[in-house]
Design a binder for this molecule. Structure first.
Ligand SMILES: [Zn+2]
Length: 239
């Protein structure tokens, strides 16, 4: 393989690394935003859990009060029963008592359910909060990792950019320009190996004579189908 082919392959590797860095520089802040939204959601979930318990406790307390009032009313109705004068009044008073007893039963039932719910929520709360806190810790750690990665990208970029410059200087202008155009057009790898009988970029079959020429010269060729630069890998040249 000619030294300039080796150089342009190295250039490509640095360009690909820099492409990746630039992609990550866009992705990482988006990923961090996304994770911060998840953390926000989890914090809200935590608050909602506490609020649900508080709400149930208030409901249970109110039902207790309702029950006391209803029982007091029932006592009054029972006293009034002794003071009625007529059968009709007696019948009505009994009906009132019966109705009140039913009401009390209903409130008792609801109060019992509310208390059970309070107990259940109280019991579940620590475990659920612990799970949420662990999830938040995990996400915060991920944010830290991403922030560190973002920091490092800056250093790596400088390092690769200077390596890239050094390679560029050693490549003939004509080839460099074609290489740049291909990169803009195709992205990714634009210098691809001959793989068996086919182009490593588009998989099109290559003329046997072209492969033979590339093997003999160790130079760059061009795929007639996709326009990418072709080369025969070093290990194939010497096999
Ligand atoms: Zn091709």
């Amino acid at each position: 393989m000619k030294p300039e082919v080796q150089t342009i392959l190295e250039l490509q590797e640095f360009d690909l690394k820099i492409d990746w860095i630039q992609k990550r520089k866009v992705e990482i802040p988006q990923e961090i935003q996304e994770i911060k939204r998840e953390i926000e959601d989890l914090l809200n979930q935590r608050v909602t859990l506490r609020e649900a318990l508080k709400k149930k406790e208030l409901e249970a307390a109110k039902l207790e009060t309702d029950l006391e009032v209803a029982e007091e009313t029932l006592r009054k109705f029972r006293i009034q029963l002794n003071e009625v004068k007529t059968n009709e009044e007696y019948r009505k008073a009994l009906e009132q008592i019966h109705h009140q007893e039913q009401r009390i039963q209903e409130i008792e039932e609801r109060a019992y359910q509310a208390l059970e719910e309070v107990e259940r929520l109280k019991h579940e709360l620590p475990q659920k909060e612990r799970e949420i806190d662990e999830a938040i810790e995990h996400l915060k750690f991920r944010v830290k990792e991403l922030e560190e990665e973002f920091q490092q990208l800056g250093d790596e970029y400088l390092q690769y950019a200077s390596q890239r410059e050094a390679r560029r200087k050693r490549i003939p202008e004509r080839i460099l320009m074609k290489y740049q155009k291909l990169r803009e057009l195709r992205g990714g790898r634009v210098i691809v190996p001959v793989m068996g009988q086919v182009c490593g970029g588009c998989q099109a079959e290559l003329p046997p004579q072209q492969i033979l020429d590339l093997k003999t010269s160790g130079d760059l060729g061009v795929c007639e189908i996709c326009g990418r630069f072709l080369y025969v890998p070093e290990e194939v040249l010497h096999s």
